[in-house]
Write a new protein. Structure first.
Length: 734
């Protein structure tokens, strides 16, 4: 019966504990005697199991079954009450059970039997794996998570799915590795990454931050994602200026001593360069306003040191307004006798007493004290050309009183009180005397010529058109005798004629050429060049306020002192000859006036400088006039007809639009600017009959009949010999 129960218990153990692992403990058969009070054990035993077991024991004396109860079987056998076991490492495998007597605490001493649990250290399943026997009699390990393998020796780190956010888990030695999806990072892909993919363009580096990410851009790029170009790369700001990008454009923040768009200009007055209490102004050409007596760019020189006055002249400083640019008149030389000029360099013209025959030399340079401060312009002439004046005594004339007036009298004159008077019977001014005659009676001039006497007793004949010669007896049509060549137009002027030549031919006969003086254009500042071939010269048609031979002068208002003491500078000409005020450093406003450009004051537009409906716009450099058509210019003061005056020869100019015009030409001229003479297209002589051998000559506005000497009239129909006496001979119509 006991053997049956032991086998039954073993079967129950296999049923309830099919996969207990091997331990290291073998529990041997026990049979001891115990006292009736209590069974004690010095080495209590525990057997672990996943099920609860009831181990029965039988008393040999009474035949009663004594039960021992196993407590806390989860998942291993924790303890067994009423039995005596050695403590064994867990887990264990129960191979078979045997019935052994075990002393148990009962009321009387007895000898009990207990099923022997035989434990072998042969279980191959590790890490809590349970050994299971299959139908074929083979054993296999059933592994608890996260272990796997034939003996549960492999820990599956990826079993619990540690990789978050879709990350893929990969087993590695003694652990696992997560391959994260794009946008995640961390050991378990638990962190979101903002830098994958890289949002920074143009090679920018992405840096993770607590708030997201930040792009560190390559040189030349900027913006949250480095999309925009960096206007500050490379840094355009010079001299240590810092750059900031404003709407895609660089703006320089300059060091205190620099200014300008790119900090390229140094403030001249940052370190005052002016000596001798000179006042510094931001003008690179003249940065210092000097005190009286000092000159030079930095007021380092004194006008009287070294002494500029020659020939031991005395130099003294002349008061002048602060900042006067005319250094020449900042001092005055008091010259010794016989010297004149700004620096006493001109000898007195009377020093050598040039006047003859008792003449008195007069110095034209007034040396009176009241005129000492007046400028005397330098002269550099030979001694004979020095300016002086001789007061001659009576009877002498000439620049040096060198001529005796009586020596000039005609031989038919006599000298009376230093005057030449013609002798009785002679007429004249004393320098020439003649007997009175009338050489023009009878009239020696033929063909209606006019006679006029000369003082020397001769006469001249003024001929009518068509005749010439000493007595006007020769037929003289200059345009027939000397026609203009190369298509030139001939205009008769008495015996002479004028040729209007076609370029490039030149008067007087239109047969010569010269180099066009307008090629290359010598005129400056946009002026138009007009070639004058008859003079082998040119004229420049200057724009606006430009003037001079080559239009190099500017006639804009010059600076004039103001009663309010404000500083004034010269106005300048712009590219089209219009006056404007140049910008001045550290001066907010510059006002244009007829007395120059006044520094400071109201805005430029305050005085409404724009004319003819123009709109004034203040700018950083001054102002700008937005003109209505056809006006243009700094103040909208110009049209093509007003300022350029393109129409020539009295033509009428009409403005069409801005810088566009039309010329209405007078008769005889054509071309865009009416500068070209009209070539006659109508032949006036085609239907004209000049009688008695007369010749028809084309004129600009008509014709003339050139008659033979005997005839006259518009068509040579009048016979000048018709009234001659029958015994008279008609000679050339007389």
């Amino acid at each position: 019966m006991a053997r049956f129960r032991a086998q039954h218990l073993a079967l129950l153990c296999l049923i309830f504990l099919p996969s207990l692992s091997y331990g290291n403990l073998v529990v041997e058969k026990v049979s001891r005697k115990h006292n009736t009070d209590k069974v004690r054990s010095n080495t209590p035993r525990r057997i672990n199991s996943s099920r609860s077991l009831n181990l029965q024991r039988k008393s040999k004396e009474t035949g009663e079954t004594v039960k021992g109860t196993r407590k806390n079987f989860s998942p291993f056998i924790s303890s067994y009450e009423g039995s005596h076991f050695s403590e064994a490492p867990l887990p264990i495998h129960i191979e078979h059970l045997k019935d052994y007597p075990v002393p148990v605490a009962v009321k009387k001493e007895t000898s009990e039997h207990i099923l022997h649990v035989h434990i072998h250290d042969k279980n191959p399943c590790k890490n809590g794996g349970l050994l299971s026997k299959d139908v074929a009699g083979s054993y296999r390990c059933i592994c608890p998570p996260p272990f796997a393998g034939a003996t549960c020796e492999i820990q599956q780190y990826c079993f619990s799915g540690p990789c978050k956010n879709g990350g893929k888990c990969l087993e590695i030695n003694n652990g696992y590795k997560c391959t994260c999806l794009t946008g995640f990072t961390g050991d378990d892909c638990e962190e979101k990454t903002y830098c994958s993919p890289n949002p920074c363009e143009h090679g920018g580096t992405c840096v993770e931050t607590l708030q997201g990410y930040k792009c560190v851009c390559q040189d030349g790029y900027q913006g949250e994602d480095c999309k925009g170009t960096d206007a500050c790369w490379p840094n355009p700001c010079q001299h240590g200026g810092s750059c900031e990008s404003i709407n895609g454009s660089p703006r320089c923040l300059c060091q205190p001593q620099y200014h300008g768009t790119y900090c390229h200009e140094r403030y001249i007055c940052y370190v005052n360069p002016c000596h001798n209490r000179g006042r510094c102004v931001e003008n690179p050409l003249a940065p210092c306003l000097c005190q009286n007596g000092y000159v030079g760019k930095y007021c380092a020189d004194h006008v009287c040191r070294p002494n500029p006055c020659l020939h031991r002249g005395t130099c003294r400083v002349v008061d002048h307004p602060l900042g006067s640019r005319n250094n020449r008149w900042k001092y005055h030389c008091t010259c010794p006798e016989w010297y004149r000029g700004h620096i006493c360099h001109i000898p007195h013209p009377c020093i050598r007493q040039p006047c003859l025959n008792g003449g008195t030399c007069v110095d034209p340079f007034n040396s009176k004290e009241e005129n000492e401060d007046q400028p005397v312009y330098d002269v550099a002439l030979p001694w004979s050309h020095l300016h002086f004046h001789c007061h001659c005594p009576p009877g002498f004339i000439g620049s040096r009183c060198e001529t005796d007036v009586c020596s000039l009298c005609h031989h038919f004159a006599e000298c009376i009180d230093h005057h030449c008077v013609c002798k009785r019977g002679y007429i004249g001014d004393g320098n020439y005397c003649k007997k009175p005659t009338n050489r023009c009676h009878p009239n020696p001039c033929l063909n209606q010529g006019t006679c006029s006497e000369r003082q020397d007793g001769s006469y001249d004949c003024e001929c009518v058109p068509g005749y010439c010669g000493l007595h006007c007896k020769d037929i003289c049509e200059p345009c027939l005798l000397r026609p203009c060549l190369n298509g030139g137009e001939c205009i008769p002027k008495g015996e002479k004629r004028i040729c209007i030549c076609k370029p490039p031919y030149l008067p007087p006969d239109c047969n010569g050429t010269v180099v066009n003086r307008c090629i290359p254009n010598p005129c400056k500042n946009g002026a138009k060049c007009r070639f004058l071939p008859e003079k082998d010269d040119y004229i420049c048609d200057c724009l606006g306020k430009f003037s001079g031979k080559d239009c190099t002068n500017c006639d804009c208002p010059k600076a004039k002192p103001r009663p309010d003491g404000k500083e004034v500078i010269d106005a300048e000409c712009d590219d089209v000859g219009e006056c404007f005020c140049p910008p001045v450093a550290d001066v907010d406003k510059v006002t244009f006036t007829e007395g120059g450009c006044v520094l400071g004051g109201q805005t430029f537009c305050f005085s409404a400088p724009c004319r003819n409906g123009g709109t004034c716009v203040d700018t950083l450099a001054g102002f700008r006039c937005d003109c209505v058509s056809p006006f243009y210019g700094t103040f909208c003061e110009c049209t093509s007809c007003l300022c350029v005056k393109p129409c020539k020869n009295g033509a009428t100019c009409v403005d069409i639009a801005t810088r566009q015009y039309k010329c209405t030409c007078p008769p005889g001229y054509t071309g865009p600017d009416c500068s070209a003479p009209v070539t006659p297209t109508e032949k006036h002589c085609r239907n004209v009959n000049c009688q008695h051998g007369g010749t028809c000559v084309e004129r600009l506005n008509g014709y003339d009949c050139i008659c033979t000497p005997q005839y006259t009239g518009p068509h040579c129909g009048v016979d000048k010999c018709a009234n001659c006496h029958e015994d008279a001979e008609c000679v050339y119509g007389r």
